[in-house]
Design a binder for this molecule. Structure first.
Ligand SMILES: Cc1ncc(COP(=O)(O)O)c(C=O)c1O
Length: 419
């Protein structure tokens, strides 16, 4: 069956024909047959250079041969035990060794669970109720954080079904705006348990913090006894060996992880200072549990993946990112285009916007029709990027120079046509 037929059939059984909203795009998404290295192949016989990479986890590309072989052996030993394994300690030690602000870690099943649990821990530790997030920050699909969330553009999750009582303690302020931040923190400091932030806002495209912004967060949290949570579900093990806190030189009290930490298998985690983490059950009184927590297959894939990610790996990925960003910048200057080229390390995006994008409000002013045209032109020519202006593109170590050159040429064609 082809993608069109599958989509029409799928809609009868699966809401909207997809298992997560951002996967739906018009007229219908392609259905995947397989992925290898930098390429993903659909059931219609098309092959794409993939910059979606499952929305971030596949930093080693699709179906890394060595990883698949070793996981195949692991599978023969069982897929879940409901009892601890040595591999969990191995992975925990690897994270602690890399990430300067993580002393202890709890493995969960998704980024959503990670942020939900980290928020509970912050509330349990401080005895306070409120949390502060940033407009357009996406921290998963649980009730407390679906307040002005990013991710998904047209499918942005301003969801029904969330009681006002549940979100009355969730404050949201613009990213990169020191004045509003300081005002809201001061007004709420006595009941503010946590500030949760994506150190790079990667669910409104790709927006970096202004110089000093994360430092200001750290200072406010220190001054008022607020727990600073970096949501590193995207930036964790993506921007540098020691994650975004190391990259920007600002350490949070807690960090949440997902995507790369499971090496392409479902997993999330949260970790941080020992004095905080020791409050997690059964060591402490903040409850957190899960049948599949620390799943042996995800943990093994995580270990395999982290073992590949050394400084040389990150340098090479950054070079690939620089190649794409610089090529697009040159193209922009030569053709006087009204676009913004953004990103860092192996993350990139363009905004169809004539002004720099510093926050969600400004991101929303970008030309989504132009983005749609750009996305479709790329897709027709064998390049797959996330279908929304408000997502970020990712690069893996399997993207070759030939892939990158082909990509920037086709991006250039698309931008010329739009102009
Ligand atoms: C920054 C951030 N936090 C949390 C999540 C939720 O992670 P998951 O989809 O694994 O539940 C995402 C998902 O994209 C994310 O980008």
């Amino acid at each position: 069956m082809n993608s069109k037929v599958l989509f029409n059939e799928g809609k009868n059984y699966i809401p909207g024909g997809v298992s997560s909203p951002v996967r739906a795009f018009k007229p219908y998404p392609f259905f995947v047959k397989c992925g290898h290295g930098s390429k993903i192949e659909d059931v219609d016989g098309n092959k794409y250079i993939d910059y979606c990479l499952a929305y971030g986890p596949l930093i080693l590309g699709h179906s890394n041969e060595e990883l698949v072989k070793s996981i195949y052996e692991d599978l023969k030993l069982g897929t879940a035990y409901g009892a601890p394994t040595e591999a969990e300690i191995t992975l925990a030690k690897k994270v602690v060794d890399r990430v300067p602000y993580v002393d202890m870690i709890r493995f969960v099943n998704s980024g959503t669970e990670a942020t939900m649990s980290a928020i509970r821990l912050a509330r349990g530790f401080t005895g306070r109720n409120k949390i502060l997030k940033f407009d357009g920050g996406y921290h998963g699909a649980h009730d407390y954080v679906l307040v002005k969330p990013g991710s998904g553009g047209a499918t942005s999750p301003d969801s029904l079904g969330i009681p006002k009582d549940t979100t009355k303690n969730t404050l949201s302020v613009p990213f990169n705006d020191e004045n509003i931040l300081e005002k809201v923190v001061l007004e709420n400091k006595d009941d503010l348990a946590a500030i949760i932030v994506e150190p790079v806002m990667a669910n409104i495209g790709c927006v970096e913090p202004k110089v000093g912004f994360l430092k200001l967060l750290r200072a406010l949290c220190d001054e008022y006894g607020i727990i600073l949570i970096f949501d590193e579900v995207i930036t964790g093990f993506r921007v540098s060996r020691g994650c975004a806190g190391e990259y920007f030189g600002v350490y949070p009290d807690l960090a949440t992880f997902g995507k790369i930490i499971g090496g392409g298998f479902p997993m999330g985690a949260f970790g941080g200072k020992k004095e905080l983490m020791e409050n997690i059950a059964p060591a402490g009184k903040v409850y957190q549990a899960g049948t599949f927590n620390g799943n042996p297959i995800s943990v093994k894939a995580g270990i395999f993946t982290l073992d590949k990610l050394d400084h040389i790996f990150y340098k090479s990925l950054k070079d690939k990112g620089d190649f794409i960003r610089n090529s697009l910048e040159e193209f922009k200057d030569e053709n006087l285009l009204n676009i913004q080229v953004v990103g860092l390390a192996s993350m990139f995006q363009i905004y169809f916007n004539d002004k720099p994008v510093l926050n969600y409000e400004l991101a929303k002013k970008s030309g989504t029709d132009n983005f749609s045209y750009y996305f479709n032109h790329l897709l027709k020519n064998g390049i797959f990027i996330p279908p929304s202006q408000f997502e970020c593109c990712f690069i893996s170590n399997t993207h070759s120079q030939e892939d990158l050159e082909k990509t920037v040429n086709i991006m250039g064609d698309a931008l010329n046509l739009i102009k």
